[in-house]
Unconditional design. Structure first.
Lengths: 177, 89
């Protein structure tokens, strides 16, 4: 860990606290609504979640390559993949809304299912905002071509966003299988 | 291509392999272990991202540790998948 990145690491630690608490609360609620949570997870679109996981892992790979090879072209690829992630997520939200499950629960549902979709909505939307912020940072790092410290810090942030998704994916999409 | 770039390429492949293992385990693994295994895989993937992509532990000893961890995970996965296939047969 370098001195230049200390501020970013402290910031990431605070972010870990936020997502850590949410994941912990999700687990607590899950243990008292196991059947409903599994059934609700089965209602989610597994292929969308899996595709988005591959997209984020690939974008992280490009960011790591960009940091190491100092080729900014990889940053553009990572931003493009960020847009793909947003597109798939938007389509998934639209689909769930049309099915009446999210975000206002139009259909009558078991209490456990409502809780699951509330967690799903809040946590994935919070992650989505982080992806958007990360994409803006990546674009700024691409613009500031000589600032390697900035690129390193932006890279750390983007990898963190990736790690959060790595935990959200099994939590929501694999629970019901 | 230097050694660090090679590590980044290999790490990406390892992450995809772990993702495939996570999915396979959650569909085929024994019910009692499914949840723990998916979290286990998520932790393993995070470690790979943290150590290789974020570059905080780029040493040979740690690389060896990841390789051992990945092999153990793969071994457990193969055992459970085989067990499941044989049980169904």
């Amino acid at each position: 860990m370098k001195k230049d990145n200390l501020g970013m690491w402290l910031f990431l630690a605070s972010e870990i606290l936020i997502f850590g608490v949410l994941i912990f609360l999700f687990q607590l609620t899950y243990f008292s609504n196991i059947a409903d949570f599994k059934s609700a997870s089965h209602d989610l679109h597994f292929y969308h979640g899996t595709f988005n996981t591959v997209v984020l892992l690939t974008s992280s790979y490009f960011v790591a390559l960009s940091e190491h090879t100092h080729r900014r072209f990889f940053l553009l690829l990572a931003i493009a993949l960020g847009f793909v992630f947003l597109g798939v997520k938007g389509y998934e939200y639209y689909d769930l809304t049309m099915e009446g499950k999210f975000p206002l629960h139009f259909l009558p549902m078991a209490k456990g299912k409502i809780l699951f979709f509330s967690y799903y909505g809040f946590m994935t939307f919070l992650h989505l905002i982080h992806v958007l912020i990360g994409m803006s940072f990546l674009a700024y790092a691409w613009y500031e071509k000589e600032d390697h410290k900035l690129q390193q810090n932006v890279g750390l942030y983007w990898h963190f966003v990736d790690i959060v998704w790595v935990f959200l994916y099994p939590l929501f999409y694999l629970l019901g299988h | 291509m230097d050694i660090q770039t090679k590590h980044i390429h290999l790490n990406f492949l390892a992450l995809l392999l772990l993702l495939a293992s996570t999915i396979a385990f959650s569909f085929l693994g024994p019910d009692s272990l499914k949840e723990y295994s998916t979290y286990g895989f998520a932790i393993l993937k995070s470690l790979l991202i943290l150590f290789i992509f974020m570059g905080i532990g780029h040493t040979r000893k740690l690389s060896l540790l990841y390789a051992v961890l990945a092999l153990i995970t793969l071994g457990i996965l193969i055992t459970f998948v085989l067990d499941d296939v044989m049980f169904r047969a």
